[in-house]
Ligand binder design. Structure first.
Ligand SMILES: C[S@@+](CC[C@H](N)C(=O)[O-])C[C@H]1O[C@@H](n2cnc3c(N)ncnc32)[C@H](O)[C@@H]1O
Length: 283
């Protein structure tokens, strides 16, 4: 692929703007991938195929509207290294897992509004949201980046290094809970972080929440990705036939109820990407 391993920006532009790549991060493709990979429905089911739930609209009213958002407001401002990570991710078997560029744009704005310097990221994959954060925080900022999957991280690492922001990243090749527990052993870390982004195993979001509420300062943000879980939260449970998807659905239904009732935080459920929930620590 032209954009891997070299800053051939003309080739990169061509790759990143071609329709096939644009589809990757769009609801239609995601919905299709969701159906086939996650077995949410059987193709044989006419009833489901024709259902308004599965007209490939994603979270927005139409794919045209999502295209409009991306092409008008997101892609023209997306930094080139992020386009490069997206292009590299295209060859990953689980390419659909990367944070969407419209979510990324919102996250960058939140980081800027907070003047965030010290952050935690759980769930790195090939590094789209990690690089976005590294490009946004100041030169002496730090990100504790946690993921047990080093291989995917290393796919995006050359782009991170080439961008000159690698020194801000402390990659922990581990599951997140032991790392968070280790951080909490040092009193200095409590309230020591401005921002946390969580985009990993949904079953642990509740466990991450309790720990991150101690690590992030009062007034700081914790942002959870995938809180609308491919739209399955409003589907009848029996339609979600894949066990992992069903489990995720049930954990996220519980998480959303829990966050809505948690008086330690102010929240906003945002319908970008696959749903982001922004939580601000109040005390
Ligand atoms: C949806 S991807 C993250 C996408 C990433 N934010 C991006 O922009 O490309 C989820 C990641 O969570 C990681 N993960 C799964 N279980 C985890 C755990 N217990 N702790 C930390 N990361 C985990 C997976 O290895 C995977 O790379």
């Amino acid at each position: 692929m032209a954009c891997v391993g070299g800053p051939n920006f003309a080739a990169l532009k061509e790759v990143c703007e071609r329709p096939s790549l644009r589809w990757i991060l769009q609801p239609k493709k995601l919905a299709f991938q969701s159906r086939t990979r996650m077995n949410l429905q059987s193709k044989a089911s006419d009833e489901v195929e024709g259902s308004p739930l599965w007209e490939d609209k994603g979270l927005l009213q139409s794919e045209e509207l999502y295209n409009y958002v991306l092409e008008t407001s997101v892609y023209p401002r997306e930094p080139t290294p992020l386009k490069e990570i997206r292009a590299i991710t295209e060859i990953h078997p689980e390419f659909y897992m990367g944070t969407t560029p419209d979510s990324g744009q919102l996250i960058a704005m939140l980081l800027n509004l907070l003047n965030a310097k010290n952050t935690i990221e759980i769930g790195i994959f090939t590094g789209y949201s990690l690089l976005l954060t590294a490009l946004t925080i100041p030169d002496d900022g730090k990100i504790i980046a946690i993921d047990p999957d080093r291989q995917s991280y290393e796919m995006g690492l050359p782009v991170i290094q080439k961008s000159g922001v690698g020194h801000k990243i402390d990659f922990k090749n581990s599951r997140a809970l032991p790392v968070l527990d280790e951080l909490l052993k040092d009193e200095k870390n409590k309230g020591g972080f401005d921002f946390a982004f969580v985009d990993a195993d949904k079953t642990n979001y509740g466990n991450y929440h309790e720990r991150l509420l101690q690590l992030v300062k009062v007034g700081g943000l914790i942002v959870y990705d995938n809180t609308l879980w491919y739209g399955t939260l409003v589907m009848p449970e029996e339609r979600v036939v894949d066990e992992l998807m069903r489990q995720g659905r049930s954990y996220l239904l519980e998480l959303n109820r829990f966050l809505a009732a948690d008086n330690r935080i102010e929240i906003s459920q945002v319908t970008v990407g696959d749903g982001l929930t922004i939580c601000r620590r109040l005390f």
